[in-house]
Design a protein around this ligand. Structure first.
Ligand code: HEC
Length: 147
């Protein structure tokens, strides 16, 4: 009897024993903060950057609000003026001492200019795809950099 049960228990415990390993590895990746620091936390520059970020959030909400009420020209104006690659946005992105941050920021602002152009066509489906690309730009940078 034991000759059957013991190996069976051993096999079962091996299976369950093997299970938590990948889970633990995932937890480590989720909890460990691998983002690169810009070294601006708690500085005036940092405060300015965060306020700029909150304005980005407002712009996204306004774009969706205008799209939902068929005001595509207004949505386009917000995308271009608040998120597009204006002279000031361009110089701000290059002001953090990181070339890859700048590249990511500029690509993000360019995607907002494409969104602004797409919104002008009043094509909801195409505008949603362009908006998705813009939002992916927010996500990519946030997962790469911190203050
Ligand atoms: C090129 C990089 C980059 C892009 C693109 C970017 N962000 Fe950020 N954002 C940051 C960094 C860095 C922080 C600081 C995060 C930290 O230190 O934890 C931040 C913080 C924020 C915060 C927190 C503000 C606060 O007061 O604490 C919000 C909200 C935010 N971003 C919204 C957005 C939105 C919405 C977009 C896209 C429309 C966006 N960001 C695009 C880099 C970026």
């Amino acid at each position: 009897m034991f000759k059957i049960i013991l190996p069976a228990l051993f096999t079962v415990s091996l299976c369950f024993g093997a299970e938590p390993m990948p889970m633990q590895k995932m937890d480590v990746v989720q909890d460990g903060d691998t983002r690169k620091s810009l070294g601006i936390k708690g500085t005036m520059k940092g405060a300015h950057q965060l306020s700029n970020m909150r304005a980005h959030m407002t712009a996204l909400a306004d774009i969706v609000k205008y799209m939902n009420s068929d005001q595509y020209d207004e949505a386009s104006k917000v995308a271009s003026e608040k998120l597009g690659l204006t002279v000031s946005m361009n110089s701000m992105c290059g002001n953090f001492g990181s070339k890859s941050f700048e590249t990511m920021g500029v690509a993000f602002h360019k995607s907002a200019d494409i969104l602004a152009q797409t919104l002008k066509t009043k094509d909801h489906a195409k505008s949603m795809i362009a908006l998705e690309k813009v939002m992916n730009g927010c996500v990519l940078c946030h997962s790469t950099f911190k203050q």
